[in-house]
Design a protein around this ligand. Structure first.
Ligand code: DX5
Ligand code: ZN
Length: 227
């Protein structure tokens, strides 16, 4: 499975968002991770479909929208209409997850399911045949700049083993999100991750040059793992 570096814009300097996004994409980012928060499912509020649309209309890239919101089904069409190529919903927010995953796929976007740190991988067994990717949260969702929860590595391995057991390892990507830095990204990749979300370790600075340099450092490591 092709490795992807997906910078999260959550911690970017929004005063300079356009030039910082261009800097990370020019430096090799494989797309953008959009952290959508509603202040209910998570204790923070970010942006909605219109910001995603603004970005998608300006840059040709893979847009991965991570919905940390209650009642995600209601908003999914709008996120896809505004340019999301992939939409992930939290297992913890959906009573009818198969219906929601089908909605995303019928809208011709990649469908992902997200689990919080305390939610076991095993809960996903029945939905795995229907999704394109699984997002494992390695922090409690809501904020960038948090510390990587070390038990996440074992969880990534468990998911990888489950996908192999179900013969889905070439169909379902493993995305990992939260607390990923230059000093732990290799462990995350070794555990089996395919898509790597990085927020503050790329966007901690408002300098386009530093954002580009940070991006290149992560891409160098990911390229070592590309088969
Ligand atoms: C947290 C978000 C993450 C976060 C990643 O709720 O889902 O995408 O922005 O930021 P860092 O890499 O700083 O943990
Ligand atoms: Zn995220």
């Amino acid at each position: 499975m092709q490795k992807k570096l997906l910078p999260s814009i959550l911690n970017a300097d929004f005063w300079k968002l356009g030039s910082l996004i261009e800097a990370t994409l020019k430096a090799g980012a494989d797309g953008l991770h959009m952290d959508i928060m509603d202040g209910h499912f998570v204790p923070n509020l970010t942006f909605g479909p219109s910001v995603v649309g603004n970005v998608a209309r300006r840059v040709e890239t893979f847009i991965d929208s991570h919905l940390m919101i209650e009642n995600p089904s209601f908003y999914i069409p709008s996120f896809v209409e505004n340019g999301s190529n992939a939409v992930s919903v939290h297992w913890e927010t959906e009573k009818h997850l198969h219906r929601t995953v089908s909605l995303i796929k019928n809208l011709k976007a990649l469908a992902g399911v997200v689990i919080n740190p305390a939610t076991p991988v095993e809960f996903l067994k029945e939905i795995l045949p229907f999704v394109d990717y699984v997002l494992i949260m390695s922090v409690n969702p809501g904020f960038g700049g948090q510390k990587f929860i070390s038990t996440s590595l074992r969880k990534i391995e468990k998911l990888k083993n489950l996908l192999v057991e179900l013969n889905l390892e070439d169909k379902v990507a493993i995305e990992v999100d939260g607390g990923i830095k230059l000093n732990n990204v290799e462990d995350v990749l070794k555990a089996g991750a395919d898509w790597i979300v990085v927020g503050s370790a790329i966007f901690s600075s408002s300098s386009e040059k530093e954002v580009a340099d940070n991006t290149r450092r992560f891409k160098e490591i990911l390229s070592k793992f590309d088969q």
